[in-house]
Structure formats: C-alpha cells, structure tokens
Design a protein around this ligand. Structure first.
Ligand code: F6P
Length: 357
C-alpha cells in the first residue's frame, strides 16, 4: 500500500481534473490512498490536505476546467512571496517538514514551466519521497515533451472564440485582431490561427513587419477576417497590449478593425477528448513511475509514446532564460522552431506569418 499526494501549482488549465481523476482511479486498482493538497504550496506548507477517491472525485469531474484542488491564493504563501520577503529558506524547510510529517511515498506535482523549474531548484524539499511531475500548460513551452495537459483544450477554446467573431466581422466588413495567450511562445496562436483560417498570425518567434501585414490584408481578397496576435510579440516604438498596437497600425491604413482579448476564456472550457486521453496516459505513466521507484522525473509524450524523462534534463535542455518575475530562478522554453512544419502549412494556406524562409 502506498500513500500518494497530488499538488497542482501555477496557472490553471483544462485537463488538470481529468489527470487527478485518472490518478485516483489508477491508484484504487493498486490499493493505494491518494491525498489532494489544497491551494498549492500554501496548502503544502500548512498540511491542508483531503483524501480523494472515486466517490468524492468521480469520473464526472473529468471534463471540468480549473483545478478542484485549487492552485493557490496569490495573497497567501508561495515561492514568489517567500523570495520577495527573503524567507525562501524558512519556507523550504517548512515544506520539507510538513511533507515528512504527511509521510507520503510519492508526490505528483501537476505544474507548468515555472513550477517545474521551481521544483528542481528546491529539490531538497522532496528528498524523503518520490517526486513525479506532470506537465500542464496552455502555452506548450516545456522542453522534452510533445504535449502538455491543457494545450489542446485551449486551442479549441481560442478557435471557438474566433469562430464566433467571423460572422460579425463579415457583417461589418471588419477585421478582428485577437490577442492569444502563450507568454513568449507562439504555439497557441499558431495552432488556433490555422484551425480558424486566420488571415495572419503574428508570433514572437518569427519577425514580421506591419507594412507586410497591411499589404497582405489589403491584397487578401477579403475585407474581413481574423488576425491572431500572440501576447509575446513586440513592435518597435510601441508599448501596451500587442493587439492594440497592431489595431492602431491597421487603423492608420484605414483597415476597419477591433482588438479583442479572449484572456482567461482560453484557460477554461470542457476538457477535450484529446486532453482527457493525454491525462489518462500521463496519469498511468506517473503511477508506473512510482511503482518503478523513479523520482525527480516528468511524464512526457515523445514520438507518440508516454514515458518519463529526468527533471534535470528537462530543466537543462532548451534555451534557458531568467524568469523576470522570480529573479533567482530560470524558466526553460521550447518555442516554435523555424523548421516547424506548421509554419509551412500556414504559408501554404496564404496566411501571413512574417519572414519565414
Ligand atoms: O502560463 C499560462 C498563462 O495563461 C499565460 O499564457 C499567460 O500569460 C499567463 O498565464 C496569465 O497569467 P495570470 O492568470 O496570472 O494573469
């Protein structure tokens, strides 16, 4: 018999509950007990846990967005706050102490880029147990995995959002400049832009010019459509929201448009079947990793197969750059590469994406 803890940290997304539900179901057939930590690191510091099972975390919860365990209250304790207040050492030692008292055999951490980086940076906290990470993020910017929980649902949400704009765009001969989330990674904008048939997709990884964008729109053969703009793009001489910047440039060229911001709508929505299948695969992989006595690993999808990779490799691979919000830590990234086949797909569909060779 094993006791497993589950913690969800960082930004939420759809697919987290499906992952937890599948872990609970898989643990039941192994005769293991599962405990959910409430409110992320604040809950871990205070030992705020509940036992979860297939009765109080039933299969109907699989489609729900967000995290039923909750990821943390920004005004309560977390690593960022501890770092800001110069109390990281005390915070870490309290987390370690609580984990020791809870006596888990393993902790499954469902987190994004920042959470994984933090888990590695503070790895001593988990030295008494097995630490298994499951990657979740709508940004899909985690190295060494071809999929992350929540990305597919976010693409669906953003695509639905843009679909809803097209008829009003057509009715008013107007363009919508839609700002996608994704931090510095353009993947969410690129996938949804292709799915919706956007006229242009601007992402941080590819250089573009507003002159080329305007020319493309003016010669597109249409007087309405969607321009998808990733939140990570910047434009020389402009500040503020990227969609506003692009909108202003289009106005100058007399292209009627409105900037719109789907914001956290992209993080909600009923979890897609694809994300639920990914959640099942990653949950199974995490449980197998516990059985195999693995630790400091992340579940990953590589060439269609779910397997574990070492957390240290995840953190050290890809381009590393400082996280501006947490100055002593780093985040890793795996952004769109110039040879990404989807860029060619976009070009073949006549979508303006900037200067791709
Ligand atoms: O990392 C996920 C994400 O949704 C990003 O795409 C976005 O920039 C950020 O989180 C928004 O964070 P918050 O919910 O704190 O505003």
């Amino acid at each position: 018999m094993k006791n497993i803890g589950i913690i969800t940290t960082g930004g939420d997304c759809s697919g987290i509950n499906a992952t937890i539900q599948r872990i609970v179901t898989g643990a039941r057939i192994r005769g293991w007990r599962v405990f959910g930590i409430i409110d992320g690191m604040d809950g871990l510091e205070n030992g705020n846990i509940i036992e979860i099972n297939t009765n109080n975390f039933p299969v109907e919860a699989m489609h729900l967005a967000g995290s039923m365990l909750q990821n943390g209250n920004p005004y309560k304790n977390n690593f960022e706050k501890a770092i800001r207040n110069n109390k990281l050492k005390q915070f870490n030692s309290q987390l370690k102490k609580t984990l020791h008292q809870l006596g888990f055999d393993a902790l499954i951490l469902i987190g994004g880029n920042g959470s994984l980086s933090l888990a590695w940076a503070t790895r001593d906290i988990y030295s008494d147990l097995q630490l298994i990470c499951i990657p979740k993020t709508i940004d899909m910017d985690i190295p060494m995995t071809d999929s992350t929980i929540g990305f597919n649902t976010a693409v669906q949400q953003l695509t639905n959002y843009c679909d809803q704009l097209l008829m009003t765009a057509r009715s008013h001969h107007r363009w919508f400049v839609v700002q996608a989330m994704g931090r510095d990674c353009g993947r969410l904008a690129l996938y949804s832009g292709i799915a919706v048939g956007a006229t242009a997709i601007l992402i941080p990884e590819i250089k573009f010019t507003t002159e080329d964008l305007i020319k493309h729109i003016q010669t597109s053969g249409s007087d309405y459509g969607v321009v998808l703009v990733s939140e990570g793009i910047s434009l020389r001489g402009h500040s503020g929201q990227p969609a506003d910047m692009i909108s202003r440039e289009l106005n100058k060229a007399n292209i009627s448009n409105r900037p719109v911001f789907p914001e956290h709508f992209q993080r909600g929505g009923s979890t897609t079947a694809s994300d639920r299948m990914l959640a099942s695969g990653m949950a199974a992989c995490a449980l197998n990793a516990i059985e195999n006595n693995e630790t400091y690993v992340m579940t990953a999808v590589i060439d269609g197969k779910c397997k574990t990779v070492s957390l240290s490799d995840v953190i050290s691979s890809g381009k590393m750059m400082p996280d501006p919000n947490i100055d002593c830590l780093q985040i890793s990234n795996s952004y769109i590469q110039p040879d990404d086949l989807l860029l060619q797909t976009a070009i073949n569909m006549g979508i303006y994406i900037g200067n791709v060779k």
